[in-house]
Design a protein around this ligand. Structure first.
Ligand SMILES: [Zn+2]
Length: 497
């Protein structure tokens, strides 16, 4: 079943049990002053995650985990709709497996965590903590795939992976992170290629329809592709500081892993063949993306379809009739399938509560006080447009909120799209691009001759990399932005996370 905005959240109690004790004056660092500090402040103050005593690792707090669960549910629903099944494979993988595919081991060796001891003894064959599971999964596929009738094999795994990191950035760069990895095997190259493109489209649909974030779909260059893949594809989104974030990747693996693990099947002519494979992944980075695309100086702004609480109801006065009416509204919202929470915490001013829920990015707030009650109305305030309030009849709150949540979802997407387009440019030559990257940043669409030398030189001189080669290519080609030889592709250059 595809979860949608009208399924109440199973993940949080109706009333929040967090009683913040920080002083009201403790604001987040303004985005314009220091974007990185703003990001870290918001993630911590909104209680999404915290640093852990383990270097490179973070703790995902309940509110952050609830957001991740909504991301998971949305993706999981789409994976199942496209025919995939979930399974689980071991965390520890024999080092010898990783070595079987030459490019794979070369790419991952520097990031591996290796278990050398177990049960008090040195292990004869060391184990790696999975950085990704192509190898262990292929070891099993080799056992399961015997005939074309066993294909396609469409598997997904929700798991944690470890890739050694020295610098921690909450949700963006941590040694251990949560993700899903899809692994599929197909009879033909065409089918596998179609699958890798289909799953990229699933990620794009998630980004746009759930996370309200426009993305560019395209192919990675040879230098940026996954270690062991024939071709890699990505979706790239623009963050609030104009850097790019790779929000999901999908790979056509060819027969590389099948050959390494001798995975073969009898085809329709009774001949042994290697299957064609794909893998694709998205991670808790998507939480970081959601924060960076939509948040402001007051904190998070969550797209309604992903928000753990879509609505908070705040009674303005601690008076029986007001509180009772507020509970009545909460019930009506639940009945309408809206994830609503009533903030009946005592001893806190409405202003404090407003700030607190604004920090947490709740898309819509319903306020009700004695004067509203007398007028038979409630106040609706939306998080994405501060100060905009509407008075609606108490009986009509659920219907009005339902519409408003759709509006907010769309408005966030539109705003992010305008922002990205405003910061996308088409430099005429390299000098212009160099200056643009240095002075302002953003996405730079330019032609590239296809040479890795030009790719490296541009990165060296500007720190911008080719994010991807968009599927959407113009009919005409211009000269390479760096060497001015005939351009092969239009590409997107940007600095990236
Ligand atoms: Zn060139």
């Amino acid at each position: 079943m595809l979860p949608s905005a009208d399924v109440p959240s199973p993940t949080l109690p109706v009333a929040s049990r967090s009683y913040p004790d920080r002083p009201m004056s403790q604001k987040v660092t303004p985005r314009s002053e220091d974007y990185n500090r703003w990001y870290t402040d918001v993630v911590q103050r909104a209680e999404l995650a915290d640093y852990s005593p383990v270097r490179g690792s973070m703790v995902i707090r309940p509110y952050g985990y609830a957001l991740w669960e909504h991301i998971q549910q949305a993706l999981d629903g789409m994976f199942k709709e496209t025919g995939h099944q979930n399974a689980y494979f071991p965390l520890l993988i024999p080092y010898s497996f990783i070595e079987k595919e030459a490019e794979h081991v070369e790419g991952f060796a520097p990031e591996l965590a290796i278990v050398t001891h177990g049960g008090g003894k040195e292990l004869e064959d060391p184990l790696v903590v999975r950085p990704t599971s192509e190898t262990i999964i292929n070891a099993m596929f080799a056992k399961w795939i015997k005939s074309y009738r066993d294909l396609p094999l469409l598997i997904n795994q929700w798991a944690n992976v470890v890739r050694w990191e020295m610098r921690t950035r909450l949700f963006l760069r941590t040694t251990e992170f949560l993700w899903q990895e899809g692994h599929t095997a197909h009879e033909t190259e065409e089918e596998a290629r179609d699958e890798s493109r289909l799953m990229l489209e699933v990620y794009a649909r998630f980004a746009e329809e759930w996370a309200a974030t426009p993305v560019i779909l395209g192919q990675k260059t040879e230098a940026e592709k996954f270690a062991g893949a024939v071709e890699s594809y990505s979706i790239e989104a623009m963050m609030g500081d104009l850097k790019a974030l790779q929000a999901g990747t999908s790979h056509y693996l060819g027969q590389n892993f099948a050959k390494a693990f001798d995975t073969r099947f009898l085809d329709r002519n009774n001949e042994l063949q290697y299957p064609h494979q794909t893998s694709w992944g998205a991670s808790t980075r998507l939480v970081g993306m959601t924060v960076m695309v939509h948040g402001d100086d007051q904190g998070l702004i969550l797209p309604p379809r992903l928000a753990p609480h879509q609505v908070v109801i705040v009674p303005i006065r601690d008076d029986d009739e007001v509180v009772e009416t507020a509970w009545g509204i909460t019930g009506a919202l639940h009945d309408a399938g809206i994830r609503a929470t009533m903030d009946d915490r005592e001893g806190l001013t409405p202003g404090f509560k407003f700030n607190d829920w604004e920090m947490k990015g709740v898309p819509v707030r319903v306020e009700i006080g004695p004067r509203d009650l007398a007028a038979g109305t409630a106040v609706l305030a939306r998080r994405d447009t501060p100060g905009a309030k509407a008075h609606v009849p108490i009986q009509g709150v659920a219907a009005a909120v339902t519409d408003l949540l759709d509006d907010v979802q769309q408005a966030l997407f539109d705003r992010a799209t305008v922002f990205r387009n405003e910061h996308t440019s088409y430099p005429a030559d390299f000098a212009e691009m160099e200056e643009g990257v240095r002075e302002e940043g953003g996405f730079f669409h330019a032609f590239w001759c296809g040479s890795p030398v030009c790719e490296t030189q541009v990165q060296h001189r500007t720190q911008a990399t080719i994010r991807n080669i968009p599927f959407d290519q113009p009919d005409e080609r211009g000269p390479c932005i760096f060497c001015e030889a005939p351009g092969e592709h239009l590409v997107v250059f940007a600095k990236a996370y």
